[in-house]
Design a protein around this ligand. Sequence first.
Ligand code: ADP
Length: 799
Amino acid sequence: MFEGEVLGKIISRPTPLARKDVALMSSLDEQNHIPDVLPLIPLRDLILFPNLVVPLFVGRERSINALEEAMRNEHLVALVTQKAAETQDPGPGDIYEIGCVVTVLQELKLPDGTAKALVEGKQRIRIVEFLQTDPYLKVRVELVDEEEHADLEAEALMRNLITDFEQASQLGKPIPQEVLGAAAAIDEPGRLADFVTFHLSLKVDEKQEILEAVDPKVRLRKTTEYLRKELEILELGSRIQNRVKESMSKTQREYFLREQLKAIQQELGVYDETQAEIEEYREKIRLSGMPEDVEEKALKELSRLEKMPQAAAETGVIRTYLDWLSGLPWQIEDEEKLNLIEAQTILDEDHYGLEKVKERVLEYLAVHKLTDHMRGPILCFVGPPGVGKTSIGRSIARALNRKFIRMSLGGVRDEAEIRGHRRTYVGALPGRIIQSVNQAGTKNPVFMMDEIDKVGMDFRGDPTSALLEVLDPEQNNAFQDHYLEAPFDLSDVMFITTANLLDPIPPALRDRMEVIHFPGYTEDEKLHIARKYLVPKQLKEHGLSTGKLDIQDSALHEIIRRYTREAGVRNLERTIATICRQVARKVVEGKKGKTSVTVRTIRKYLGPPKFSFGLAEKRDEVGVSTGLVWTEVGGDVIFIEATTMKGKGALTLTGQLGDVMRESAQAAVSYTRANAAALGIDPEFNEKLDVHIHVPAAAIPKDGPSAGITMATAMVSVLTGRRVRRDIAMTGEITLRGRILPIGGLKEKLLAAHRAGIKTVLIPAENEHDVDLVPEHVRTEMQIVPVSTMDQVLSRALI
Ligand code: ADP
């Protein structure tokens, strides 16, 4: 680096081109003209030597005045260095004695008041006396006599100096080639010493020392000495560098390379986006709390990303991966607070009835509290839609102070939906489990998996096995997602599953779960729920208040009976919402006062009733019997039709019947044939007639053996021509000998019968004890008759 950056007001930059011709320009003639009084410019940290041309920046006021003074005369000015660069206005004591007189070759005034000058060193001078300090420094000087005689010793010193100078350049000192050339061409010893010194990285006082050495040989020796010192430093530097390179460990090397890469990227102007992003990822990974091995993996991916060209398509894939890894709640959890009394209050607050369910849930929570972990079986809520399964799940989360998330398993057929796709797939993502946990943002949410009875299975693999792993407390502390390729701990998650029916759940899954049945609601219960929960909730959601809308009990009753037919309250809630919407619109349109919806005005909002309530108006008919079924939407009343036509004993079954139901129809036919005589039927009917049994509604799939006695009744009715009483509903499985076997879902079926206004229900005698589950008023309003043989059924049902 060239010396001579002068800070402050006087700045001078020596030109690297101290051209030989310029350097050799001075002549004795000119020296003779140098006057002994000169203006003085103090230099901050530059030493100027004779025969060199350098540009000079002049900023201090006194210096500018001195320069102007010089320009008015012979363009001569004395340049002497000040002892301390930081002195702003140096006085006589602050300036060295020996300096250089220069000719100002050119002067350029700059707009900011400073000036730039090109000066050429003439000769050494000594300050004899300071004549004035203002407006500029003026000094009396005497010329320092320099004798230039080149004897042999001087010659040898000069050659040495030039060789060393060249060597310094080879060792890495940045000396331009033309400077080396110029040095070699100088044949005066003193001038060579000056020239080389000017280009060395010496301190100001060292250079001043050389300036002050008048004897050329002394000067050459001193310069050689400094140059040697510099050479030694250069050599040492290169030796250290070599050694450092060897001993640099891998990480240091990586760091070094990364820094270099950073520098290159900065140069290219791409640093900001990419490097900052990498650092951001590094920080995110560090803060995410992921386990060590996962962190290692993430950092590995990060370094891949770092090395990749930004345009590479794969960077997006890696980024998404890193986003997932670093965004997961590895350590974040809600602090659980569990107070059973409070939990009970919350469950009661949010739900009407459901006593048994609440009890079971509280027991479960109590065990959880005692054992302090989630090792128990998984809860499984089974029941028709709209009976409050989700809603209870939410309340559990609230009672535990945890997040609540839901995920539907309906239609999931592929293991990858649960576990994710491997990253080699285009557009791969984690499976739904990890996505849901990510969405929850904590590692201990209450996680509800809906419709576990609807999990499918096909050639893409069986999701059940993945679910087994998720739900198994022994295994789910290291759940493997194909996309993450790292185990995630699900053991703090509280899983709850829901299903409409228990039977379709794969047995392996069912074994791990503690089933809680949600029966349907009775009319009364629905009315309570509507009044206490659904109406206030819908009013709030529609921005209404009780002052604006009042749905009277009679209207709610009507909705329950004639506008909905369901085990739960989902449609009821929807219908209430329909009314609220219409009223909200009227309010916005300017209607004042309160709208009251009564049984009389309800048609205005909902149109004609959708269902008929009660069967009173229906006539008793031949070949139509009233049965009770249990589908996934709860219990229901159906009318089974049987008819005969000429034929050869073929049996036709329609109405989307499952295998079990078909077999039970076969059993009914066989029973009828076997007992034809006793029943008063032509024993040969089977040779002359075909039988068709139809179970409406045809669109809903039905299965199970419980319609056995109903189908047999319809068939006997059509074959004997006796009518069946419409108001008697029945349920029960039939054996070939006409015995009646117990069935499931009795409670739901009785509720459905009650909803439909049935007066008498025939149930299998073995189910008698289930009747206690049915609310009292349902029991008293209907006659429930246990039967154990087909004879009992027929004698009651046929007229
Ligand atoms: P599911 O999950 O069983 O299909 P939801 O929990 O979604 O049913 O219930 C549907 C609606 O009915 C929700 O708004 C819920 O709050 C309400 N609901 C159901 N049962 C009750 C109940 N016992 N008390 C109060 N609201 C209920």
